[in-house]
Each structure stands twice: as structure tokens, then as C-alpha cells.
Design a protein around this ligand. Structure first.
Ligand code: FES
Ligand SMILES: [Fe+2]
Length: 343
């Protein structure tokens, strides 16, 4: 079970934990078959490895024997990983399956296996400070049956921010003029919540629209229409994942839609879109790095409805002392081979 972290210090968030939910661990192709990759997420050291079957596994990194980090020199054999220090071998559920030099071939010690799902080239990982198994489904596939040009990825590491800042930013209609230099700002058209999902739509007088679906506070799916006249719509995943107590990685992957009459290569508008979007989050990042999150902001009448709804919705992602904890047996199960259903 994760320790409950105190993340309420310098960033000003009033919550004592990293948020609960699905987050982006990595892109799938960053972890190739036979590779063991060290990762830091949620201030925990992890090792991700892809076995011969192609299945991805994510474990706590430190070997229960003498504490070697399996991401540095750990060897993937079949669907098992071998510790570099004394060659203890761990199976796909994190259990010790062999101790090569001992008559004791197994031990009750095991590596915690994290719940992961791979969807359209993204690895979603479940995090809960209380060690609860996934409480809701991971974000679904979005590109099935759609025609899009090759996507474009951006990644920003070591950002001093908190995931909630990203989802608040997505709802913040009034910052588009100030921060993103929009000639005219959008208005909030609709918003609603459905369990861990928050949907909202912003619209510009010019006809442009942005529809967002927030899957917890770590992941946003955005859909744009009417950005440039010579391109179709565009969509993308925007994901912020805690790395240390104060820093996150921001993953962005976007696609421009290819309409039936569009050429096989992306029209100029698509490149202009990628260029424009490529710099859009930079001024946000400067503000996030230096701001102090304010639990009771001075909201104007225009801002109040969506931000009140968003803050109320976001509370579910932060366990408190009153949150029911998993029974010991289910916590132990979560520490083992528990895996989420595949979307
Ligand atoms: S530290 Fe891993 S086998 Fe000894
Ligand atoms: Fe922004």
C-alpha cells in the first residue's frame, strides 16, 4: 500500500495524498519487449517490463531480498524478471518463483504489482494511496473507427505542479485571453459530471468549440472543432502524472482528423494546429510552477458555477481519514496480481 504522502505543502493543495485514479504511466512503445525500465511515479520507485508474450508488468522496484532496484540491471526472461543482485526470479504476478542458490525456492515476499491497462498506445496506471483496487474503469479508447492523421506527442518532465491544476485549467474560460492570447475568449456552454468523469464544453463566438472529458484529475480528453478552416476537428489526451511530491510529467498526444475529402498528407492547417498547440501550455506551466493553489478562490459570477461543480467533483479523488480502507485480504490481493479489466 502506498504511504499517504503529504502533498499539501508548497503547492497549497489542501489534500494529504496524491489523488486517486488513473494516470498515464508512459507511452506503450517506451517499454519494449524484453526491456526493464525504471520509473518514478507518485514518489515511488517502480520497474516496468514487457515480457516475451508482450504483456506489460509494473512492480515496485525494490527487491524484497536485499533491496536492489530491478529497473537497473534486472533481466527479463520470458514473462519473468530476474534481480541483478542474486538472481531471485519474479513471476508476472510479482511472486518469487525461484531462488537459484537456495533449497528454499520460494518465499512469501513478493513485489507489489500495479494495476495497468494499455489503450491505444498509452499505459494507464491506477493509483490509490489507500491501496484500493481500481474503483472505476480506465479511460476508454477514442480513435476506434475514426480517421486521423499521424499524431503528435509532447512531453514535459519535472514540472512543479499538481494534476488538479491541469483539469482546472481546462475549465478556465477566462484565462484563454490572458494567458493564451486568444483575441476573444470562450464561454462555458455546458458541464456535467458522471461519477469520476467531468464533461464540459467551451465555445468561441467565431464558432470554435472545445469539448473536454476529465477522467479524474490526472487525465483530460479534449476535442476541438473549428480551429482552422482548412482542417477538420482535432482531439487529444492530456495527462499529468505525479512523479515526486512536487513535480509531475505532462504527457500530450494529439491527432487531427482526416475528413473524407482531405488529402493523404496533413493539410497546412494541421501543421499550424500542431505548431500552435505545441506552445499553448508553456505559459500555463510558468503559472503552475509559481502559483499557490487557493481552495476558496474569489470567483466571479461567470466563473462560479463550473468551478464550484469542479471542486465538489474533485473531492472524491482525495481519500481522507474517514474513507473506508480495504480489508486486509483485499489490500493484500491488490499488492499482488490484481489487474484491471482491459478496455
Ligand atoms: S537483492 Fe534481489 S536477489 Fe538479492
Ligand atoms: Fe491554459
Amino acid at each position: 500500500m502506498s504511504r499517504i504522502k503529504n502533498t499539501d505543502g508548497k503547492l497549497g493543495l489542501p489534500y494529504g495524498t496524491f489523488p486517486t485514479g488513473w494516470f498515464q504511466l508512459a507511452w506503450s512503445d517506451e517499454i519494449q519487449s524484453g526491456q526493464a525500465v525504471p520509473l518514478t511515479r507518485f514518489a515511488e520507485e517502480l520497474v516496468a517490463f514487457r515480457g516475451a508474450s508482450g504483456e506489460l508488468h509494473v512492480f515496485d522496484a525494490y527487491c524484497p531480498h536485499f533491496g536492489a532496484h530491478l529497473g537497473y540491471g534486472g533481466c527479463v526472461e520470458g514473462d519473468e524478471i530476474v534481480c541483478p543482485f542474486h538472481h531471485w526470479r519474479f513471476g508476472p504476478d510479482g511472486r518469487v518463483v525461484d531462488i537459484p542458490y537456495s533449497k528454499r525456492r520460494r518465499t512469501a515476499n513478493r513485489l507489489r504489482a500495479w494495476s495497468i491497462v494499455e489503450v491505444e498506445g498509452i499505459v494507464w496506471v491506477w493509483h490509490d494511496a489507500l491501496g484500493r483496487s481500481p474503483l472505476w474503469d480506465p479511460p476508454p479508447a477514442k480513435l476506434v473507427g475514426r480517421s486521423v492523421y499521424p499524431g503528435r506527442r509532447l512531453r514535459y518532465d519535472d514540472l512543479r505542479m499538481h494534476p488538479q491544476m491541469m483539469v482546472e485549467n481546462a475549465c478556465d474560460a477566462t484565462h484563454f485571453k490572458a494567458v493564451h492570447r486568444a483575441r476573444v475568449g470562450p464561454e462555458v456552454v455546458t458541464f456535467d459530471t458522471q461519477g469520476p468523469i467531468f464533461r464540459h464544453e467551451l465555445a468561441w463566438p467565431s464558432g470554435g468549440q472545445m469539448r473536454n472529458e476529465l477522467y479524474g484529475v490526472g487525465i483530460a480528453y479534449g476535442h476541438w472543432e473549428g480551429v482552422f478552416s482548412d482542417m477538420g476537428g482535432a482531439c487529444g489526451w492530456y495527462a499529468v502524472t505525479p512523479v515526486t511530491d512536487e513535480t509531475c510529467t505532462f504527457f500530450i498526444e494529439e491527432w487531427v482528423e482526416r475528413r473524407p475529402d482531405d488529402p493523404p498528407t496533413p493539410p497546412p492547417g494541421a501543421q499550424r494546429y500542431y505548431d500552435a498547440q505545441g506552445t499553448q501550455s508553456l505559459p500555463d506551466q510558468v503559472i503552475w510552477a509559481h502559483m499557490r493553489w487557493t481552495p476558496t478562490p474569489s470567483l466571479t459570477p461567470e466563473e462560479a458555477p463550473i468551478f464550484h461543480a469542479l471542486h465538489k467533483w474533485a473531492k472524491q479523488f482525495y481519500p481522507t481519514d474517514d474513507t473506508e480502507r480495504p480489508a486486509r485480504s483485499s489490500a493484500a490481493a491488490n499488492a499482488g496480481a490484481d489487474r484491471a479489466g482491459v478496455a
